[in-house]
Every structure is written in structure tokens, then in C-alpha cells.
Design a protein around this ligand. Structure first.
Ligand code: ADP
Ligand code: TMP
Ligand code: ASP
Length: 237
């Protein structure tokens, strides 16, 4: 599959057109960013690790019946995906408190949330991804009620699959963010699932194994991602 013109460059991935109008190439760069692009760095091997990690997870989700955009890995840092009409809404599930919910609600990190909680955020860096609800999504026309229902359902299904997958290798899935898009009338999971967009803690020590290592300057960012990949059996270069 030939890489065509760059469609857009995000903070961590670049997106390219291909010969097929229904397919894009995602190039996972070594760039990392936090706080909506305020803190950035380049981390050796990150692009390759995230590309392989994402493919592994997307394949597991497909096997569980969740429609994803993932087609196949093309090279160390590139994957072929379905071209989606992205919905500018981020779907977040939290199994354990961490991050913004602690700041917003004044709660301690590390509380179990039973049942897990669900939040929508508007994908908009300049506005720092404000939290929104389904009434905002409806009033501003970002998605239909049926699309909102389906995104919510799929995000919870992902939780059922991945919470267990990670627990089986001694990791707690604390929270994660998903992005969906439209593909020929169907809601399909897009973007990525990697330690950049979720929180993972070692189940025994509660050591952070995700992008909080970068956000909080804890060091060993890619090493932690590689350890998670290794525990899952993801083959890296
Ligand atoms: P960000 O936009 O948050 O900086 P990235 O650097 O990961 O994020 O950029 C990837 C961009 O590609 C995002 O805007 C994402 O919404 C978009 N995207 C992801 N998957 C697809 C897809 N299958 N079709 C179209 N756009 C996609
Ligand atoms: P938060 O605690 O900052 O709201 O984030 C919750 C989870 O969602 C966390 O794993 C990080 C992820 N996330 C992103 O990756 N990008 C985003 O823009 C947002 C809002 C959350
Ligand atoms: N994904 C967002 C960013 O890159 C939020 C974060 O990770 O802090 O800025």
C-alpha cells in the first residue's frame, strides 16, 4: 500500500492518504505530549512499541466482536486502517480514580469505582478537552442519539475485554480514552489503544506503567510500555 499525501499530523501520529479512498496509513511517531501539547518530548522506540501494542489490542477487540478500524501492520511504525469520519468526542471509562476526576471531584487517587464511571470529553486541545454530556453532543450535532448509544455500549464492551486481558498479566486497567468514527454507516473504534491513552498499574505494587510516567516526570516511560507489551506477549522489534 503506497503512502500518499499527509492528511494531518497530530501530536503523536501522522495520518496519510493511500491509493484506496477508504484506507489511511497511521504513522506512530516517537513524539510524546501531555497536557494538551504543553509538555513534549521524543522517546526512542515509542512509535514502534505503540504501533505493535495497538495492533495487538485492536486484534483482540476484533476477536471479541468490537468493530475497529485496524487492518494490518505495514512496518515498524505504520499501520493500515479504515478511513473514518471521526466524531470529535472522547469516551472515557474509569475503573479506579486517577487524573482529572481527582482534581474535578476532590477525591483521592486509587479508589475503586463500582460500577465503573463513564465520561465524554470534547476533542479540542485549545479548550483543554472540556468535559461534555450527551445533551451537548445532541445540541451541537456532534453525533446522533443512536451513535452516542453505540459509542457508550462499545466503550463498556472494551472494558469487559481489556480489564480481564490486563488482569491476567498482573495489571489494573485504571482508565482509558477511546475515539470512534463513522464507516459506511457503522460506528467503528478508531485512533489507538496504547499506554499513551490509558492508565495501567501493576496490580501488586500499583507502579504506574503508562503515560503518567511522562506527565509526572517519573522516567522509564518507554521501558514501562515495553514491559506491559512483554507481559501481554506482544512481539516487538
Ligand atoms: P491528536 O489529534 O490527539 O494529537 P494523534 O497524534 O494521535 O492525536 O493524531 C491522530 C489523528 O488521527 C487524530 O486526530 C485522530 O482523531 C485521527 N484518526 C485516528 N484514526 C483515524 C481513522 N481511522 N480515520 C481518520 N482519522 C483518524
Ligand atoms: P483524564 O484523567 O486526564 O481525564 O484522562 C482519563 C484517561 O483518558 C487517561 O487514561 C488519559 C486518557 N485521555 C487521553 O489520552 N487523551 C485525552 O485527551 C483525555 C481527555 C483523556
Ligand atoms: N492526550 C492529551 C495530550 O497529549 C492529554 C494528556 O495526555 O495529558 O495532551
Amino acid at each position: 500500500m503506497n503512502r500518499g499525501a499527509e492528511l494531518y499530523a497530530g501530536k503523536a501520529k501522522s495520518v496519510y492518504l493511500t491509493d484506496d479512498p477508504d484506507r489511511l496509513i497511521l504513522f506512530f511517531r516517537n513524539d510524546t505530549s501531555a497536557f494538551d501539547g504543553e509538555k513534549t518530548d521524543q522517546l526512542d522506540r515509542k512509535g514502534m512499541v505503540n504501533n505493535k501494542f495497538n495492533a495487538f489490542i485492536m486484534e483482540r477487540l476484533e476477536q471479541a466482536g468490537i468493530p475497529t478500524h485496524h487492518e494490518r501492520v505495514l512496518s515498524a511504525q505504520e499501520s493500515l486502517v479504515k478511513k473514518l469520519d471521526m466524531i470529535p468526542v472522547e469516551c472515557v471509562i474509569r475503573n479506579i480514580t486517577a487524573g482529572s476526576i481527582c482534581r474535578r471531584l476532590g477525591v483521592a487517587e486509587g479508589m475503586d469505582l463500582t460500577p465503573p464511571t463513564f465520561e465524554f470529553f470534547l476533542k479540542n486541545d485549545e479548550l483543554h478537552d472540556p468535559m461534555i454530556n450527551e445533551y451537548h453532543i445532541r445540541s451541537f450535532g456532534w453525533a446522533s442519539d443512536e451513535e452516542v448509544r453505540r459509542m457508550t455500549e462499545l466503550t463498556f464492551q472494551v472494558n469487559d475485554v481489556l480489564k480481564q486481558l490486563f488482569l491476567d498479566v498482573g495489571l489494573l486497567l485504571v482508565d482509558y480514552k477511546l475515539e470512534f468514527g463513522r464507516y459506511h454507516g457503522e460506528i467503528v473504534l478508531g485512533d489507538e489503544f496504547t499506554p499513551d491513552g490509558c492508565r495501567l498499574w501493576d496490580a501488586e505494587t500499583r507502579k504506574k506503567m503508562d503515560k503518567d510516567r511522562f506527565r509526572q516526570g517519573l522516567g522509564g516511560v518507554v521501558e514501562a510500555y515495553e514491559e506491559v507489551a512483554h507481559r501481554l506477549g506482544v512481539e516487538l522489534d
